[in-house]
Structures are given as structure tokens and as C-alpha cells.
Design a protein around this ligand. Structure first.
Ligand SMILES: Nc1ncnc2c1ncn2[C@@H]1O[C@H](COP(=O)(O)OP(=O)(O)OP(=O)(O)O)[C@@H](O)[C@H]1O
Length: 260
């Protein structure tokens, strides 16, 4: 029995004035896989993940989640469908604690008769949840859940952002260049974390320019070129230099690879 894609897009178009960022772009993410998205600068990778995570609305095309058509009005809307995106900027508040950053807009509040915004934060419950999620992903090298984000290393910050996405992103986690600003050891930890998230059954879309990282963790690689999916390859079938040659147009993939 062939598996159906969990998240699928067909014919996505996004124009910014005279620039066509997405040009009839197709996409599919299978359940439980790590799918890398690679492409040259300006190829349209960010536009694709923004469309899939509700940050922009495509001008044309369809997105389906678990076989049902969806149209995300905002990132919040995509989140409510279980799609979490960790952008390069991480969107964290440096002066707030790890626990506070895990929630950000989804804080747990104590019970009461008043409206949500008037009830006190349930700090013990938030700290417990944050501790559990970080422990689940083996991230408890962080000593204190009340430590502020600004006191963490780059890798630990990225870890908290990934843990937050994995904790709330029940269906899909999208990571935009998660190892870009990190050293060798920290990158390694984040790659392990990505595998841990997959082992919990959550598929990951990984946007990266780092070919060794992509080839190390990806199950499949979506190669993006000139606003559309050029082909999908499996890391075992091609070399990194083949992938770069496809990305830049120096080499044309044979037909068979598009069905990978
Ligand atoms: N908000 C915007 N306004 C105008 N043009 C935009 C906007 N966002 C993206 N573009 C253009 O759309 C095209 C695709 O950009 P996009 O950021 O999606 O590419 P990318 O593959 O993610 O690039 P990079 O790897 O450099 O981040 C580029 O030509 C870019 O200049």
C-alpha cells in the first residue's frame, strides 16, 4: 500500500511585484520523514515554507494536510493545525526564562471564573511541562528551567526552539537553517535532536545550505530551483556534488529521480 503525503502542495504561485518567488511549485512531505529542502539563494525556499506555515498566502495553488484542503490565514492558524515553524531568528525573548519562552502566547493559566487574560499564570504547571519536554528530547543539559534565554549557548537556544516546536507541533515541524549559526559540537546536538523528533513520529522539513548536514539526516531531499521543485532525491542515490549541480543548473537530473 502506498503511503499518502501528510502535507502536500500543488501548483503554488507567489509573486512579489514582478518577482515570481513560487512558480507552480509542488511539494510533499511523507509521514515520519525528515525532508530537506535545498536550493540556491533566491530559489524560493523561504517562500515555500512561509506558504506552508501560514506566514504568506500563495496567489494560486492548493495545500492539503492529511488529505484535506487547508488555507492558512496566519502562522497562528497553521499552528492550530499542528504545523510549527522555527525561523532562523528563533523568535524568542532573551530576557524571559526557558519556561516562558516555551509557551509564548500559549501560557497556562490557573482556573477561575474570569476571562483567560485576567487569570494568573500557572507557573508550576508551565515549568513542569517545559522540563518534561526538554527531558523527553534529552535537552536537560540545561540546569534551570528559570534560566533566561540570553544565558544559553546558541545550540541550547536552538534546542529550546526545536523542543517548543516539537512540543506543540503535533503534525509537522519546519526548521529554517537550524545549524547556520552554530559550532561543530552544537550543530551535532541539533542534528541529534532532529532525529529524536523524527523518532517520536513527527516529520520534519529542514531548510539548509549545509550539504553534509542535509546528507547526514535527510530521508529525502527536495531540490528547489527557480521557484519550483526540480526533483526529489534520496541521499544514498546521489553525491553532494550532484545535488549542488542540480541546484545550480550545472546538471539536469534524470527523470527517475523526480519520483523518489
Ligand atoms: N517580501 C518580499 N518582497 C519582494 N521580493 C521578495 C520578498 N520575499 C522574497 N522575495 C523574492 O522572492 C525570491 C525568492 O526568495 P526566497 O527568500 O523565497 O528564496 P530563498 O531560496 O529562501 O533564498 P535564500 O536561500 O537566499 O534565503 C527572491 O528573488 C526574493 O528576492
Amino acid at each position: 500500500m502506498t503511503q499518502e503525503p501528510l502535507l502536500k502542495a500543488h501548483g503554488l504561485v507567489k509573486r512579489y511585484g514582478r518577482v515570481t518567488a513560487l512558480d507552480q511549485c509542488d511539494f510533499d512531505l511523507m509521514p515520519g520523514e525528515i525532508l530537506a529542502v535545498i536550493g540556491d539563494n533566491g530559489a524560493g525556499k523561504s517562500s515555500l515554507i512561509k506558504a506552508l506555515s501560514g506566514a504568506i498566502q500563495p496567489d494560486d495553488g492548493q495545500i492539503t494536510l492529511e488529505g484535506r484542503p487547508v488555507r492558512f490565514a496566519s502562522p497562528l492558524d497553521a499552528r492550530s493545525h499542528g504545523i510549527e515553524c522555527v525561523y532562523q531568528t528563533l523568535a524568542m525573548s532573551p530576557a524571559l526564562s526557558i519556561a516562558d519562552n516555551m509557551f509564548m502566547g500559549r501560557e497556562l493559566r490557573k482556573p477561575g471564573i474570569m476571562g483567560k487574560w485576567f487569570r494568573k499564570l500557572d507557573r508550576p504547571a508551565m515549568e513542569k511541562f517545559a522540563r518534561e519536554k526538554l527531558t523527553e528530547l534529552g535537552l536537560m543539559t540545561i540546569q534551570n528551567i528559570n534560566q533566561t534565554i540570553e544565558t544559553l549557548s546558541g545550540g541550547q537556544r536552538q534546542g529550546v526552539a526545536v523542543a517548543r516546536a516539537a512540543a506543540f507541533g503535533s503534525k509537522v515541524v519546519i526548521l529554517d537553517e537550524p545549524t547556520a549559526a552554530l559550532g561543530v559540537k552544537e550543530s551535532r546536538r541539533v542534528l541529534e535532536l532532529i532525529r529524536d523528533v523524527r523518532s517520536r513520529g513527527i516529520p520534519i522539513i529542514l531548510i539548509s545550505h549545509n550539504m553534509p548536514h542535509v546528507f547526514e539526516v535527510a530521508d529525502r531531499i527536495h531540490i528547489h530551483r527557480l521557484g519550483r521543485r526540480l526533483c526529489v532525491i534520496k541521499p544514498d542515490d546521489y553525491s553532494m556534488s550532484d545535488a549542488v549541480a542540480f541546484m545550480t543548473g550545472a546538471k539536469v537530473p534524470e527523470e527517475a529521480a523526480t519520483a523518489a
